[in-house]
Design a protein around this ligand. Structure first.
Ligand code: BES
Ligand code: ZN
Ligand code: ZN
Length: 487
């Protein structure tokens, strides 16, 4: 649930939580009540507030009517500020508002009308917490913001930006909720339910197709089904579709392992603890389609936008795939499965082939919590991005930058493919100790023929130890598809 957003030319309520913006070096806080200007100045001097990103001033004013809060948010240098800074600073200010149990906030938009969508996104992100399994008491103790007043002129443009912001934020939060939900409550069948819900609310704009185990088998998805075979829960291969008006076909493939125990190559307890998040790629895809379903944007670059989720659990059992087994992928390539914990690339292999040969996608992005090695290399802030097309990557880069979906481009080093060759099959699913993220990417490349392709390894940024799921990928892909900002 996102707070209700109102647009008002003026708004005064003695118990509000007010938010103002300031750029680096500016010591003028226009719109701030005059009697507070001096106080903010003093506080700014004392706290050495310079309006840089990460800076924030908080002042409380106590009167007989209650407590009024004033927050001045620093946005960094005016010439180089990005929507990413606005979003993250808003989010921080709103987290503070929740801490003091404010139920409404007033945002003095001033000359930030062009940033309203990012402001709304930041508000919703800051207000988010995963409470599904929290009791009444705890919810009462940490109430959500209910009303947000944007103090600005109510133009058509602003109304549209607010609506878009709510839709993109809802999409992002849906993805976060799914990733945070434990595997007991989120398994392939539930992902199917989420997809169908998105289809239903789109009133025909998003269509859903689900292939069951038998249909996948008939097609020849031996790699995906090999991963799924150890679980009591049935796999589901979910396809979502949205129509655009361009000439190219875009497929967004998300790793959707609803729990990764490692299979018979069982993970140690420490490594298994977080493995409900192994469907974060699929959640990002569903988030994007949730946006397409509600916003129904005009997508001018693509004639068709597809989402592909090979959803299953990776479990050990008497039926499970064994180290050393050989599976045959949808493109006919055989894979010796030497480590059942390197399952993501198996599920993705079939999904990539399906996207290119069945859906005829000529632009493919896969997003996956694929390797611990990528997290070791880049930490928890950055995704690793691999691409066979510089132009495609360049086009996406600005959108990722502006939305805060940060990544670092990694090399698709062809030479490592030799280490992924099996002596008894075409490929093997693991290849030695080093460069694990690159080897996984080079393995995936074997399942893409001509399509312009990006593989994004989000094992690091998919979730943080403190904040839970991040929703990495949802905003950048939405912005990319709709080209929300001009780059
Ligand atoms: N789902 C994991 C990768 C992962 C690790 C995601 C940590 C998020 C956080 C993946 O399926 C996996 O287990 N990969 C193995 C591959 C190895 C066996 C070649 C890994 O990274 O250890
Ligand atoms: Zn694994
Ligand atoms: Zn996995």
């Amino acid at each position: 649930m996102t707070p209700t957003i109102h647009i008002k030319e003026t708004y005064t309520n003695p118990n509000s939580f007010h938010i103002y913006f300031s750029y680096a070096g500016k010591k003028k806080y226009t719109n701030l009540p005059t009697e507070l200007q001096k106080l903010v100045h003093l506080k700014a001097e004392k706290d050495e507030f310079v309006g840089k990103d990460k800076d924030l001033i908080h002042i409380e004013r106590i009167s007989e009517n209650g407590i009024e809060h004033f927050v001045v948010v620093g946005l960094g240098e005016e010439s180089s500020h990005t929507l990413k800074v606005i979003r993250s600073q808003m989010s921080k200010a709103v987290q503070l508002a929740r801490k003091v149990k404010a139920l409404e906030i007033v945002i003095h938009i001033n000359d930030h009308a062009k940033n309203v969508q990012s402001i709304v996104e930041g508000v919703c992100m800051g207000d988010y917490s995963f409470d599904t399994f929290k009791g009444k008491e705890s919810r009462k103790k940490h109430p959500h913001i209910q009303n947000v007043y944007l103090v600005t002129r109510e133009t058509e443009e602003i109304k549209k930006a607010v609506a878009r912001g709510i839709n993109s934020a809802s999409a992002l939060l849906l993805a976060r909720d799914m990733v945070n939900t434990p595997a007991s409550h989120l398994h392939p069948e539930i992902l199917v339910e989420h997809a169908r819900k998105i289809g239903n609310k789109s009133q025909g704009a998003v269509t859903i197709t689900v292939l069951d185990e038998m249909e996948c088998n008939k097609l020849g998805m031996g790699a995906f089904l090999g991963v799924a075979q150890g679980s009591e829960r049935k796999p589901a291969f979910i396809i979502l579709h949205y129509k655009g008006s361009g000439t190219h076909k875009f497929a967004f493939v998300g790793k959707s392992i609803t729990f990764d125990s490692g299979g018979l190559s069982l993970k140690p307890s420490e490594g298994m603890m977080d493995m409900k998040i192994d469907m974060a790629g699929g959640a990002a895809v569903l988030g994007v389609f949730d946006y397409l379903a509600t916003q129904k944007p005009h997508v001018s670059a693509f004639s068709d936008v597809y989402g592909v989720l090979p959803a299953c659990e990776n479990m050990p059992s008497g039926k499970a795939i064994k180290p050393g087994d050989i599976v045959t992928a949808l493109n006919g390539k055989t894979i010796e499965v030497l480590n059942t914990d390197a399952e993501g690339r198996l599920a993705l292999a079939d999904a990539l082939v399906y996207a290119e040969t069945e859906l005829k996608a000529d632009y493919i992005v896969d997003i996956a919590t694929l390797t611990g090695a990528c997290m070791v290399a880049l930490g928890q802030d950055l995704a690793g991005l691999f691409s066979n097309d510089d132009q495609f990557e360049k086009k996406y880069r600005s959108y990722a930058h502006y939305t805060g979906d940060d990544y670092w481009r990694m090399p698709l080093h062809e030479e490592y493919l030799s280490q992924m060759k099996s002596s008894i099959a075409d490929l093997k699913n693991v290849g030695g100790r080093y460069g694990g993220a690159i080897k996984a990417a080079v393995f995936l490349k074997e399942f893409v023929k001509k399509a312009k392709w990006m593989h994004i390894d989000i094992a690091g940024p998919a979730h943080t130890d403190k904040g839970g799921a991040s929703g990495w990928g949802v905003l950048s892909i939405i912005y990319f598809l709709e080209q929300i900002i001009k780059v």
